[in-house]
Structure formats: C-alpha cells, structure tokens
Design a protein around this ligand. Structure first.
Ligand code: PMP
Length: 400
C-alpha cells in the first residue's frame, strides 16, 4: 500500500551531516550543523552539566513519574527569569505563562499551534534569510509564511530600510518572527537603536512579535546583554512570544530542552492562555521529558553552578571569536581576493561566507568540507588545526 510513497529529500541542514558521515576522507570537516566542538573537534558536555547530573543521580527522592503537561515548574519560572530578567514587571505582575517544550523547535511549534487556533491574523513574517526550519514549522501549524527583507548581500549587513518598509506594509496584527540575537544564518544583528526602530514599527502597526532565542550568551558576551532585544519589547507592556532553546548555550542538544513564554496584558489572560497551551500539548506528546529540564533548573537556581555556567558559556563564545580571527588571518595570508572582514564582524555561531552554491559544491567535492548550500559555516565546528584546510578550500573556490 505504500509502494507509491515518494522518497523525501534530506533535510537541508541535518542532511549535510548524513553526507559527511558517508565520506571516508580523513580530512573531512563538518561545518553544517550548528553544534559546538572543542579545539580537538569533539562534542562538549559542560562540566556544570555533569555536576548537575551527578546531583540529580544522587537525589534518591527523584522519581520517574509523568511531569505535568507544562513541564517542570521551577524550570519554567527560571527560564522566564533568564530571558526577561527576574525583576521584569511582566514576571512580577504574573503576566507571563511559560511552558516547557521540546527545545527551541518544539517551543516555536507549540507557539505556532496556539496562534493558529486563537489568534485572528494567520500571517507570520520571517526574515529573509532565516533558519531553514522556520518556514516548515509555521506552515505546518497552519500559518501563512511571508518574508521581510533582512540581509543586504552588498553591504553584508542589515537592510534596516527594507525591513522597516516590509513590516510597515504588513497587515495589522501580523506575527513577526525575530531572532533575539546571533541571527542564523547571517550573523548580523540589529543595533540597539535599530531594535528600537523595529519595536516602534511593530507596536505602531499592532504586529505581534515572536522571538526565537536559540543563542542567548553567544552574541554580546553576556546572557543579559543578549536578552536586551526581548526585554525592550516586553518593557512596553504589549504581548510578546518567546521560544528559548538550551541546545547551544548549555550544550543540551539531544536532551531537547526549551521553553515557550507568552507575555500577556493581564494575569487572568495569561492563565487562560496557559490552559489552552495544555490543550495544544496534550495530544501532541502529552508531557515533556524530565531529565534535561531538571539539569537546567539545577544550574539556574544555584548561584555557584550558575556562575560556573556563565564562565563555560563565555569560553565557548570566545573560542568561536578566536576561530573568526584565525580564519580571517589565514585568508589574508593567502591573499584570497575579496573583503573577508565580515568573518570577524558577524556574531554568534555562524559565518555567512558569501560563497555561492557552486563554490560550496566545489569545496565539498575537492576538500571534503561540508556546509549548507547557502555558504553558511558553523564557526563552532572549526579548530586551529582545521582553519588552514578551510582557508585553502575557500581560496581555491574563489580563485579557480
Ligand atoms: N532557532 C534557530 C534560529 C536555530 O538556529 C535553532 C537551532 N539550529 C533552533 C531554533 C532550534 O534548535 P533546537 O530545536 O535544537 O533547540
């Protein structure tokens, strides 16, 4: 009965790893997926995560019962504090409902499903370009996806004029997806002044901001600094959606830990919204897993562990910045034609190299370097040892 099922294409991002795994070359390099690697090229489990896990294992009172539909209560509260600030008037006034979801993707999806059921405007504007999964998450939840201008390939910076024009001509009430910091794939973020312009446009048109926060801690050097965009919007007292992921900043990729927060105008609305979120979640996966959220809650509620986390997070972010410098220097040393300063200017895990599809294919074929076809490379996957190989490949792709 399934004889006519067509073969689906590989996922554009995760498919890169599938191709990489099949390559027998000893020099192969996977810069596709945004996952942190050490200088030795190995995945990293944070020390603080190991400590938290040990504490959890030693606690014999812990059981494996089902969690409530909305997840670990502590985790939800602490996650809202992390992104909004514990002193946020929205938190103090109980205007925020937070539910534990399956990492960033699950948080986006639960938010999207809620909007499709309970919000009058079904159009969501996402930046062009954006993380490849956004279109699918929102479309499959029943929303209509449109794009707003974001990246200017000529300046390799933000097209703020185009962005404001596109949001200005969006229908009243339209949803707007914003990357809280470290925009994926471009590494280009608005300045605080530009965020303020974006906020004013969004509020004046009664648009609904939906923040995707997958890289808190990787952009400005501090967790609070990276939450400034979100806090600016929440500070004005209007509604706001936030999807948080702990995949990158705690290295909990496979544990699937995230949270959806919805900031409402009154505490009563917030509690009604939460009651509806439960109806969204229950038939999808009933309730979320315990382990990852317990790790996060253990770290966030303990002063010392929290401090240790911030240091380990900073070390990851700093290593990525060092890789940017190494790669830039290596291209300069080779005299690779073109201006490569965007490699050191861009923010977060990725460099949007400007390499085209043909050049990417060349680098994969000749140098066994794997990346997404839009020329995005994960700087977190590089090390001092592998930078020369990448620089050779870029140089050859540009000059042949
Ligand atoms: N949003 C963005 C912008 C991302 O880059 C990612 C991870 N690549 C996610 C959301 C979600 O990731 P996860 O579901 O693993 O938390």
């Amino acid at each position: 009965v399934f004889a006519n099922v067509a073969r689906a294409p590989e996922d554009p991002i995760l498919g890169v790893t599938v191709a990489y795994n099949k390559d027998p070359s000893p020099v192969k390099l996977n810069l596709g997926v945004g996952a942190y690697r050490t200088e030795e090229g190995k995945p990293l489990v944070l020390n603080v995560v190991r400590k938290a896990e040990q504490l959890l294992v030693n606690d014999r009172s812990r059981v494996k019962e089902y969690l409530p539909i909305v997840g670990v209560a502590d985790f939800n509260k602490l996650s809202a504090n992390l992104i909004l600030g514990a002193d946020s008037p929205a938190i103090q006034g109980n205007l925020v409902t937070t539910v534990q979801c399956l990492s960033g993707t699950g948080s986006l999806r639960v938010g999207a499903e809620f909007l499709a059921r309970h919000y009058y405007e079904r159009t969501i504007y996402i930046p062009n370009p954006t993380w490849g999964n956004h279109t699918k998450v929102f479309t499959l939840a029943g929303l209509t996806v449109k794009t707003y201008r974001y990246y200017d390939p000529v300046t390799r910076g933000l097209n703020i004029q185009g962005l404001l024009e596109d949001l200005g001509s969006a229908p009243t009430g339209a949803i707007v997806l914003l990357h809280a910091c470290a925009h994926n794939p471009t590494g280009v973020d608005p300045t605080l002044q530009q965020w303020e312009q974006i906020r004013q446009m969004i509020r004046s048109k009664s648009l609904l901001p939906f923040f995707d926060s997958a890289y808190q801690g990787f952009a400005s050097g501090s967790l609070d600094g990276d939450a400034q965009s979100v806090r600016m919007f929440v500070g004005d007292g209007s509604e706001c959606f936030i999807a948080q992921s702990y995949a990158k900043n705690m290295g909990l990729y496979g544990e699937r830990v995230g949270a959806l927060s919805i900031v409402c105008r009154t505490a009563d609305v917030a509690s009604r919204v939460e009651s509806q979120l439960k109806l969204v979640i229950r038939p999808m996966y009933s309730n979320p897993p315990i382990h990852g959220a317990s790790i996060v809650a253990t770290i966030l509620k303990d002063r010392n562990l929290y401090h240790e986390w911030t240091l380990e997070l900073k070390a990851m972010a700093d290593r990525i910045i060092t890789m940017r410098k190494h790669l830039f220097d290596a291209l300069c040393a080779r005299g690779t034609p073109g201006d490569w300063s965007h490699i050191i200017k861009q923010i977060g895990m990725f460099t949007f190299t400007g390499l085209n599809r043909k050049q990417v294919t060349f680098m994969t074929k000749e140098y066994h370097i794997y990346m997404t076809s839009d020329g995005r490379i994960s700087m977190a996957g590089l090390s001092s040892r592998t930078v020369p190989h990448l620089a050779d490949a870029i140089h050859a792709a540009i000059t042949t």
